[in-house]
Design a protein. Structure first.
Length: 327
């Protein structure tokens, strides 16, 4: 009986948030090309999703745009003479990667998170796009170490365009050990006009500001924003780790335009006790993050509230990634 009531509650939440509008005509389109999905709303770009890129070597979002069309992640590939061109393969846009899993480096593209398959076709609805993929973790020597199942949603809401990512990572034969580095977790490389060095601002849920002031701090969210010259109002991105993750995130934020939510790097980021997180074959680890891209036209663009966006993101995660398989 409790399971039935729970499902009815979830169904009601779908109705309240617009996720039940699957039968309405969708303004979103998904075009599959070699190794990537191109996602658009009407005639405007939303993002690309790279699932089989020989350079990046892991799934990621690239060329991400806010609802009014402002790019909020650095162009991929970076543009000579316009963008900084460092770490082009490591910082493609929005990604999930780890500098140390059992000694293998999946951040610096030595190990790879290889695409296996989509679980069904991407689904377009009135409010966005949803899809799921299967990947495998492959060492630099070609050994399969485990798998990563990802559910992804791009959903437009009043607070902005949400890019939600749930990943379930399973060990294959031997346990996986997640190490302690700065380069672990959910990363965003900002569009050039939004970076701190170009006059942008970074702030977090504790009220700290600047990359230096938020670096190594635990926070419920971090936000980066700026005022692009060719756009009216503010544009930016708010990054929110899921409350259900195994521990809160510390932040590896940089003034050249990097935000990383990192629940693994305790010693690297705080100087505390060294972290080592073991994932046994029979007990996977689940991680959830959301990035909210926003922009505005004129004064309305100045009204973004990252705390409200983070609350909306938490509601979205509970709905999109609810698992009723045990009921």
């Amino acid at each position: 009986m409790r399971a039935i009531v729970h499902l009815l509650i979830v169904a009601s939440l779908f109705a309240l948030t617009g996720s039940s509008r699957a039968n309405e005509p969708s303004p979103f389109s998904v075009t599959r090309l070699d190794g990537r999905l191109v996602i658009r709303r009407d005639d405007s770009p939303v993002a690309e999703f790279l699932f089989d890129d020989p350079t990046v070597k892991r799934p990621c979002f690239a060329n991400v745009h806010a609802p009014h069309g402002t790019p909020v992640t650095r162009a991929h590939p970076p543009r000579d003479g316009i963008d900084a061109v460092d770490h082009a393969a490591m910082h493609p846009g929005i990604w999930l990667a780890f500098g140390d899993i059992s000694g293998e480096d999946f951040w610096r593209t030595k190990g790879s998170i290889e695409h296996v398959a989509f679980r069904g076709d991407p689904r377009s609805a009135a409010d966005g796009v949803r899809f799921a993929i299967e990947s495998r973790l492959v060492s630099a020597e070609g050994r399969e170490m485990g798998t990563m199942a990802s559910r992804l949603a791009i959903v437009d809401r009043d607070v902005g365009r949400m890019f939600a990512w749930e990943a379930t990572i399973r060990a294959k034969d031997l346990p996986l050990r997640f190490g302690d580095q700065e380069e672990m977790g959910f990363g965003v490389r900002l569009a050039t006009p939004l970076v701190e060095r170009a006059g942008g601002q970074i702030r977090n849920s504790s009220g700290a500001t600047t990359a230096a002031g938020t670096w190594g701090r635990e926070a419920a969210w971090s936000d980066a924003s700026g005022t692009p010259r060719d756009r009216g109002g503010l544009a930016g991105i708010t990054v929110v780790p899921g409350l259900e993750n195994f521990r809160p995130s510390w932040w590896h934020n940089r003034d050249y335009g990097l935000l990383v939510a990192n629940p693994f790097g305790r010693a690297a980021l705080t100087g505390g006790e060294r972290s080592s997180v073991e994932v046994a074959p029979e007990k996977p680890i689940r991680l959830v993050f959301v990035a909210i891209a926003y922009d505005g036209e004129g004064p309305a663009g100045m009204g973004h509230d990252p705390a409200a966006a983070a609350a909306a993101a938490e509601n979205l995660k509970r709905i999109e990634f609810a698992d009723h398989s045990g009921e």
